[in-house]
Design a protein. Structure first.
Length: 185
């Protein structure tokens, strides 16, 4: 896993809870915490940090990962505004994941192993999104979708009828969006 994920997690944790909380997570997870954005780190490092946060916060690992995804979007929007500026809605933003965003991520972070998505856009009211990843971080995808919806001034409904955590080969999410406020709020 690329170090940028760990850098984002550190930034989210320190913004929300302070530097000492991040240091405690590193100690509990028994990880040194010297992550460079271009570095490659074992996926297990993230899972250990999530497990430590789960115990510290009293939430399930999936809730922690989803929270992280939601909180990471404002940071990503500031760091990579070009990914967001061309869009007026979460739906159009998400539809650029495979064709624009993830290829650019792989250019910025060579060797990045991004998830694959497939989309069914046949309904104007529901975007069906398939998620495929060996990491099974569909809760991160859900959090990122929620954060993106907030960025675009929308509320998202997420139905997750198929999930790798329940034994399915891949995840399927059914997303519905409603305007809720001004973009960037």
């Amino acid at each position: 896993m690329k170090g940028i994920i760990f850098n984002l997690l550190e930034e989210v944790v320190t913004q929300q809870f302070g530097q000492s909380s991040w240091d405690k997570l590193l100690d509990t997870a028994q990880i040194d915490g010297a992550f460079t954005s271009l570095g490659n780190y074992p996926d297990e490092h993230l899972f250990k940090l999530v497990a430590a946060a789960s115990v510290a916060m009293g939430h399930s690992p999936n809730e922690i990962v989803r929270w992280f995804g939601t909180k990471a979007i404002p940071l990503l929007a500031r760091k990579y505004p070009a990914f967001f500026q061309k869009h007026q809605s979460t739906r159009t933003f998400l539809l650029t994941l495979n064709g624009i965003i993830h290829p650019e991520v792989r250019k910025l972070y060579p060797g990045a192993d991004t998830p694959d998505f497939d989309f069914d856009t046949s309904s104007p009211d529901v975007l069906v999104m398939g998620y495929h990843s060996k990491r099974k971080l569909c809760s991160l995808a859900e959090g990122l979708i929620e954060g993106a919806a907030a960025h675009f001034g929308e509320t998202v409904g997420i139905r997750h009828p198929l999930c790798q955590h329940r034994g399915d080969a891949s995840c399927r999410m059914e997303l519905s969006f409603v305007k809720s406020g001004s973009p960037g709020s």
